[in-house]
Design a protein around this ligand. Sequence first.
Ligand code: FAD
Ligand code: NAI
Length: 463
Amino acid sequence: MAEYDYDVLVIGAGPGGYVAAIRAAQLGLKTACVESRATLGGTCLNVGCIPSKALLHASEYFDAAANGAMAKMGIKVKPELDLDTMQGQRVDAVKGLTGGIEFLFKKNKVTWLKGHATFEDAHTVKVGDDSHSAENIVIATGSSVTPLPGVEIDQKVVVDSTGALELDKVPGKMVVIGGGVIGLELGSVWRRLGAEVTVVEYLDQILPGFDGDVRKESAKIFKKQGMILKTATKVTGVEVKKGKATVAIEPAKGGEAETLEADVVLVSIGRKPNTDGLGLDKIGLETNQRGQIETDHQFRTKVDGVWAIGDVIPGPMLAHKAEDEGIAVAENIAGQTGIVNHDVIPSVVYTWPEIAGVGLTEEAAKERGEVKVGKFPMLANSRAKTNHEPDGFVKVIADAKTDRVLGVWCIASVAGTMIAQAAQAMEFGATSEDIAYTCHAHPTHSEAIKEAAMAVTGKPIHI
Ligand code: FAD
Ligand code: NAI
């Protein structure tokens, strides 16, 4: 049998890769993880989930003070923005958490190989001048920003999500290209801090992939907050002159062109898998039409001994999906049974209110058969009403015959937390009746999930 340097070598230390490496080491496998960034944690910890949430959280407080929400509760304050401190706590959050992964690598005896990995063959990668061999290699190289053809990102006037996290002053006018998750989250941050934000979205509605009612309702809420939404609109060019941008737009289906002036333009039209410079040709591995690496349910690629997980494979580009795949791939390599249920992956937009969903949208569920839908407005939830958080609703979609829950969607201040119970219920194959007859603590926002489940059979109490 061939002798290898490692049992497992993971390429990429994002939430997919670092979790795979730690689990493999926990299972007694000699493990290394290659990461080219100066710090561990990938997109998520360095320039994604964590820094964006640090700014969302802080700007939410600022907004509550500035927009009168605090005054409504008898707290009169005139907030003054100290952007340096706000940005400083973002940097601290990233530093603390990325350092934490380095600590976990040491604790679990995972070797961090610093540099960019390129395949030499299916069991060997080159990092710098050194070659490292492993019986199993896991590709967890993640994703990066999709560029908009003809629009150059200078990270000053035209920025991607990384540049939008690092602005050193609040732009007067910001144009966001793409009304998806990044555009709405980072657009919300800068709107709350004082920017006039215009979101240009190619499709008829924002938030593709989300339930139709949720897309409609969230657009209303964002507009009420002062965000300008230009849907069914395409950007035809961006010109930068003397530190200002002129964005040329026109209706997606043709019509009169117009221009928007902006101090900052955020390009957030999606992300693409990272496979450049990986040397996939050396091992005979091809990507699909979307640039992704295809795997089977165990995360094996077509090449023996090579596995792949996270943003670089098909499925939603989400940190928790990558993490779960990281655990599963390590368990499969160790000879155990690692499974990820891709039908039950929650999705959360961390705006105010939060927007969350798991399972099928009503539209997708109807394509598969007859459904029953229960809806409950947050306005009728005692806790949300008391907290002055009237916006949003919960929607439970169940199979009309079996009552099995197929999808749950929420718009609520704490929707991201509420959706966990829906995901767990669906993982256990719950019916709407199971949720409706589960005792929920009062007064909590989660009671709205119970009431929406009761509404599936037409019997909510509070509406
Ligand atoms: P990544 O996190 O992208 O990590 C891959 C790592 O591999 C990188 O560090 C890269 O440097 C390294 N690498 C690549 N190629 C090589 C190579 N050849 N050699 C060595 N190293 C290599 N998801 C959520 O679930 N919740 C959120 O709130 C959320 N917010 C986000 C906010 C923003 C602004 C962005 C951009 C993304 C956000 N995401 C969020 C998505 C989330 O960050 C990704 O889904 C997640 O990071 C994917 O994990 P991954 O391990 O597959 O890849
Ligand atoms: P996205 O796919 O969510 O949204 C991109 C939007 O841009 C879509 O609405 C699309 O129709 C639109 N678009 C595409 N081309 C366009 C064009 N030329 N002009 C105008 N609009 C155009 O992608 P986004 O927001 O860049 O996020 C990337 C990934 O990061 C997502 O897949 C998401 O899952 C992940 N992410 C997750 C977060 C979370 O879980 N809270 C937060 C941020 C990112």
